[in-house]
Ligand binder design. Structure first.
Ligand SMILES: Nc1ncnc2c1ncn2[C@@H]1O[C@H](COP(=O)(O)OP(=O)(O)OP(=O)(O)O)[C@@H](O)[C@H]1O
Length: 289
């Protein structure tokens, strides 16, 4: 079973003076269990609209979606999901521990398990020392880490995260990526939105690119990167010492053959590729072929 199944989802907002905004146009997508999916798009592309629709927070104008086989908007679907909103804001007179206990109870977790899970999650997110301090005293990065902690607390199957790396320093970003990878290894589904390409490149199995409400491309990240190889930088060693040589992709086989005949050793071969960023920009700016 796919963890997320979206079929023909559309959302039209009615804006000021009855203007219509087609925020989402006929989006269809499936995300598997054990998969990390990056939902990449520029500001205003429709990422949050998609996510809020999946959570049942806004109603789609048409189309449908299921989470772990349950229709969106139902309590059964919501139980399977850990959701991180964009710019999370919490009851800031509570401390992190109280808040996590509150979230766990709202999912009906038994007290013993909840206490144990709460301690694990606070430690994992490096919030243990601050757990008794009201959240109003937390830095932006700490608040974001509470956001991540509250998606983990009830150990759901599906993680829907709106800009999870936002407001985090490099250490916090690395931690979140590590957590996502652990979730994947445990067979969980992680779906997160971002406009930061490098976040997708380092952690995702697949990437979906959305612009102006339309899903323009869904690809395996590896495939994009492999396709983007334009040439290779070789480091060579012979009697005269080391040197570097750039070889265009189509000449690699011939060059390697020639070097072997000449008795030159290749000590390093590095692909030079168009990045995922180049691919994203081509799609967003409409220069993709
Ligand atoms: N409640 C609303 N009423 C009217 N228009 C809206 C509403 N919410 C969002 N929109 C519009 O829908 C479009 C998609 O917005 P959305 O917030 O989904 O984009 P996003 O990809 O999440 O952007 P960002 O990266 O800036 O958060 C935008 O044009 C936005 O202005």
């Amino acid at each position: 079973m796919n963890a997320i199944e979206i079929a023909g989802l559309s959302k039209t907002y009615t804006g000021k003076k009855w203007t219509r905004v087609d925020a989402l146009k006929n989006l269809s997508l499936e995300v598997a269990q054990g998969e990390i999916f990056g939902f990449l798009g520029p500001n205003g592309a429709g990422k949050s609209t998609t996510i809020k629709t999946l959570l049942g927070l806004i109603r789609p104008s048409s189309g449908s979606a299921r989470l772990m086989g349950e229709d969106i908007g139902t309590a059964a679907a919501r139980k399977h999901v850990g959701y991180l909103p964009e710019n999370p804001a919490f009851y800031d007179y509570l401390n992190a521990e109280e808040y996590l206990l509150f979230v766990g109870r709202s999912f009906g977790m038994p007290e013993g398990l909840l206490g144990q899970r709460c301690a694990e999650v606070l430690q994992r997110l490096q919030l243990w020392d601050a757990r008794k301090r009201p959240m109003r005293s937390y830095s932006k990065g700490m608040v974001q880490r509470v956001g991540i902690a509250q998606v983990l607390i009830h150990d759901p199957e599906v993680y829907i995260l709106d800009e999870p790396m936002s407001g985090l320093d490099p250490v916090g970003r690395a931690l979140v990526k590590e957590i996502m990878t652990e979730l994947k290894q445990r067979g969980k589904c992680v779906f997160f939105s971002t406009h930061i390409v490098s976040d997708v490149e380092s952690v995702c199995d697949r990437v979906g690119i959305i612009t102006k409400g339309e899903l323009r491309s869904v690809e395996r990240v590896e495939a994009v990167l492999e396709r983007g190889v334009v040439g290779y930088q070789l480091t060579l060693k012979d009697r005269e010492g080391s040197r570097e040589l750039y070889v265009p992709r189509e000449q690699l086989t011939t060059t390697v053959g020639e070097l072997a005949v000449q008795g030159v050793e290749i000590t390093l071969l590095e692909p030079r590729r168009k990045s995922l960023e180049d691919f994203f920009l081509e799609i967003v700016t409409g220069t993709a072929v």
